[in-house]
Design a protein around this ligand. Sequence first.
Ligand code: TYM
Length: 337
Amino acid sequence: MQRVFSGIQPTHGIHLGNYLGAIRHWVRLQEDGRYECIYCIVDQHALTALHDRRAMTDNTYEVAAALLACGIDPAKSVLFVQSHVPAHAQLHWVLACVTPIGWLNRMTQFKEKAGRDRERAPLGLYAYPVLQAADILAYRAVLVPVGEDQKQHLELSRDIAGSFNRKFGVDFFPLPEPLITGEATRVMSLRDGRRKMSKSDPSDMSRINLTDDADRIALKIRRAKSDSIRGIWYDPENRPEASNLLAIYAALAERPVAELEAEFRDTLFADFKTRLTELMVEKLAPITRRMREYLADRPHLDRVLAEGAERARAIATPILEEVYDIVGFLRPGRRET
Ligand code: TYM
């Protein structure tokens, strides 16, 4: 059985980009039956940017509730919180020792997030992609469903796996493959079709959150940036906003963009927005409702996450022990033969 791993940060709740670009595919892989799926709420990654105890706790519960509401089933997938499984941080250190700094210097997400004053950026932000590699490799996972923005990090994970294997003369870590699929691999901001929909955008109007109710969704779509051309078709270069909304529609409807272009060729932008709002509310409202139910029962979420962490530890701990053997660390209590 092929092993799948993916993660999401609890920096905020989940937005439409996370859902369409990644989580929907997590659920598909879970339901496919051919994969062993491991899904992680990466709180240690979130700590690179989020320094607010209350928000960290609340967001972690919110993301857990959202994942369950989207269809992640703890009976079928391993669902857990990163900091509950020490192997991630432990493997991170080993991998950090086989990762050249030059590789990290090329990471565009670090450059974007660190901004101009790089000297003040935390070390954790710089090391972030090494921890991401550790997440995946701690399970020797081979398939990683993500949105397009994670492509570079995934390439780095492959390079790090290869570097470890070469340096220690082993064929231990498989090279993980990104799975970037669907009509919405890069959902863009509702306010600017050239920027990614993101949790860190200060404007809440730029994104649809899974907590938004029907009125809020309608308001955000109505206010979404548009152009004055009649008809909707896909042309991200010249009509980024129309193209983004069309891709969102296609992903929600699970229909190809080309088919929808024919349908909406003569539709006014405002009418298209009405159709999009109806579809979005139809698809998201049940998720939002289930999410509220899960959120109202934190003890249940605690139990689900504790069980998930136990299963995750049972997979990752022996792998870490093998890694420690490969690098030559002594095992306490074990005599060398
Ligand atoms: P994060 O928390 O930013 O996002 C979670 C997932 O959502 C995808 N995504 C998007 N997809 C389409 N359009 C968008 N606008 C959009 N925004 C986000 C992301 O690509 C991601 O798949 N570094 C990762 C978390 C991580 C991870 C891992 C992922 C940590 N360890 C190991 C895979 C494997 C991140 O920040 O995702």
